[in-house]
Design a protein around this ligand. Structure first.
Ligand code: RB5
Length: 148
């Protein structure tokens, strides 16, 4: 079973906890990098820890939650090999896996309700990468990463 690294700031903490319970109930191994409360904190710290754990292959996928999901996605996409997708619905979640092979899902606690968020998580985890022409595009992203 996959290991999934999760993280949030204070704004994403309530949804992050619900996602953690959901993932555990589905049998995933969850590595929780915090936050552990609603006390104000800084989202880049948690995006960093989740992405580093994927780079080290401790986790194969990551889920990050902040107020909008925007700060998490901006930060996560700075990391080599990380393809973070901010998804607002199940269609975006499925397409981010099929076409972009996203390995990090970003969600906004202030944007999506809990039920929709869990449905997005389920769609994201149950969809695979299609490969083919999309593989060539991922390789181009990797070439760009190597230029940085
Ligand atoms: C925190 O107020 C908020 O700025 C943060 O959770 C996130 O939405 C940033 O992108």
């Amino acid at each position: 079973m996959l290991s999934i690294a999760i993280g949030s700031d204070h704004a994403g903490y309530p949804l992050k906890e619900k996602i953690k319970d959901f993932l555990i109930s589905k049998g995933y191994k969850v590595i929780d990098f915090g936050a552990q409360s609603k006390d104000s904190t800084d989202y880049p710290l948690f995006a960093r820890d989740v992405c580093l754990s994927i780079q080290k292959d401790e986790a194969q996928m990551g889920i990050l939650v902040c107020g909008t999901g925007i700060g998490m996605s901006i930060t996560a996409n700075k990391f080599k090999g990380i393809r973070a997708a901010l998804c607002l619905n199940e269609y975006m979640a499925r397409m981010s896996r099929k076409h972009n092979n996203a390995n990090v899902l970003c969600l906004g606690d202030r944007i999506v309700g809990d039920d929709l968020a869990l449905s997005i998580v389920e769609a994201w985890l149950s969809t695979g990468f299609e490969g083919g022409r999309h593989e060539r595009r991922i390789k181009l992203i990797e070439e760009i990463e190597d230029m940085l």
